[in-house]
Structures are given as C-alpha cells and as structure tokens.
Design a protein around this ligand. Structure first.
Ligand SMILES: NC(=O)c1ccc[n+]([C@@H]2O[C@H](COP(=O)([O-])OP(=O)(O)OC[C@H]3O[C@@H](n4cnc5c(N)ncnc54)[C@H](OP(=O)(O)O)[C@@H]3O)[C@@H](O)[C@H]2O)c1
Length: 225
C-alpha cells in the first residue's frame, strides 16, 4: 500500500532534503511551498500554496483529497527567519513571523484533520532551539516558535484519542539558505543538512509504538551565540 507524506516548505533547505529522502524511501510525497519544486518523479506532487492564506489551504485540501486516501506523515517545516534588533522589528515583520511559523501550522493541521489515519499518522514539526531560549535580535522568530510549541502540544493532547504520533524537532543552527544574508555567524559551527536528515530518518523509521515528543540536537560545539 502507498504511504503518503505531506511536507511544507519543500522548495528549499530542509524541506527539499526531506522530500528527496522520503521519495528514496518509497513515499508518495506532496510538497507545499509558494514558489514550487520542479522534481521529475512520478511519486512527487507539487502544491503551490501559501500556508498563511486560508483560501489557498482549501485548494490544498482538494488536492490532498483527490490524490490520497489519508496522510501517513505530515511535516510542518515551512518557516521564515529574519534578524533585526527590537527597535528595527516592525509590527508587520512580527506578524509575518507569526503568520508563517505559527498560524501556518495551525491552518495545515486544522485542514488536514480529516486525512489523519487512526493509529498511523505521524506529525513531525520542525521547531528550533529558539523555541526554548531567547536569542538577541530575533524577537519575532523566537516568539513565533515558542507559540508553536503551545499549539503542537495542545493538538497532540486533542488527537491522542486517535492514536496520532507527534514529534517536534528542536535543532540548533543548520547550514541552509535560511542564513543567506546573515553575516555575523560562521557556517562552520552549524550542523549540515545531512546531520539533520540523520535525525529525521531516525524519527520517521522508528517503530509506530514509539513517540519522540521532542528532540533537541545541535552542533557539537554548542548553540550559536
Ligand atoms: N536552518 C536553520 O538553522 C534552522 C534551525 C532551526 C530550525 N529551523 C527551521 O527549519 C525550517 C526550515 O528552514 P530552512 O532552514 O530549510 O529554511 P529555508 O531554506 O529558508 O526554507 C524555508 C521554506 O519555507 C517555505 N515557506 C516560507 N513561507 C512559506 C509560506 N507562507 N507558505 C508556504 N511555504 C513557505 C519556503 O518556500 P517558498 O519561499 O517557496 O514559499 C521554503 O521552502 C523552518 O521552520 C526553520 O525555522 C531552521
């Protein structure tokens, strides 16, 4: 039987890597992003959708409904990250982080509840060390990721009766395009995308009776300061 995975933020960085690995594992993958991902693989379905936009989420639901019988795996990965001092952080930028990093996963999980397979579906959320600890010049990002923790923990309790597994990945810095344009941090002390995929693979291939509620991991040199 086919296994279906939906990954948000598929067009770049970690999302792109997760899609590639899931296809290798034999999943049928539905990739979600605003700019799209051009992969020539019959098991890949590209969905253009801004997860902040409820109308576009409804179109995504139609596509999921027409192409799957349910979702074995949902990966909440899409996110934005911008560094600014508090003074330079406008309300618009603050809200943009919440709309993408918190409201987006809310839209996705609310819309996909009907596609959950009892005692089977697994929700993996890519959070951040910035959901655990404040860092300077990322107030909007930190606040949106702290809020994401509350959202996911609440839905996990609500869907416990359905036997749905939840994993939140809490990585430190990873060398992806998210850091393009940020000059103050050397990429030498960041994890690689391979490091990330190692942990993702462990989570996705774990026995269905096992749940990792939260996994913290980082480069061996510690958290970027
Ligand atoms: N890299 C790190 O150091 C690090 C560390 C901890 C946690 N994380 C988290 O890991 C996740 C992925 O980050 P990354 O490093 O892979 O970043 P990235 O390379 O910038 O990729 C971000 C992805 O999110 C998508 N996206 C952004 N806004 C969207 C929207 N409104 N609707 C749909 N898709 C949207 C982007 O696609 P489009 O622009 O095409 O829409 C892109 O595919 C994020 O949640 C980030 O917070 C990253």
């Amino acid at each position: 039987m086919e296994k279906y995975a939906l990954v948000t933020g598929c067009s770049s960085g970690l999302g792109f890597e997760m899609v590639g690995w899931l296809l290798e594992e034999g999943y049928v993958v539905l990739g979600v992003s605003r700019s799209g991902l051009d992969i020539n693989n019959s098991n890949y379905l590209d969905i253009i959708c801004d997860i902040t936009n409820e109308d576009e989420i409804q179109e995504l639901v139609e596509i999921v409904s027409q192409n799957t019988y349910g979702l074995n795996l949902v990966v909440n990965n899409a996110g934005i990250f911008e560094m600014n001092s508090l003074k330079e952080t406008s309300s618009e930028l603050f809200l943009k982080h919440f709309k993408t990093n918190t409201l987006g996963p809310f839209h996705i999980l609310k819309a996909l509840e009907d596609f959950m397979i009892e005692n089977e579906s697994h929700i993996v959320t890519i959070s951040s060390i910035a959901a655990k600890k404040g860092f300077p010049n990322v107030s909007a990002y930190c606040a949106s990721k702290f809020a994401l923790t509350g959202l996911i923990e609440s839905i996990r309790e609500e869907w416990k009766k359905l036997g749905i597994r939840f994993t939140t990945l809490v990585p430190g810095a990873i060398n992806t395009p998210l850091w393009d344009g940020v000059e103050d941090y050397s990429r030498e002390n960041m994890m690689t995308m391979d490091d990330f995929i190692h942990v993702f693979r462990m989570v996705v291939t774990s026995p269905s009776s096992v749940q990792f509620p939260e996994i913290n991991f980082q480069h061996k040199s510690g958290v970027l300061e």
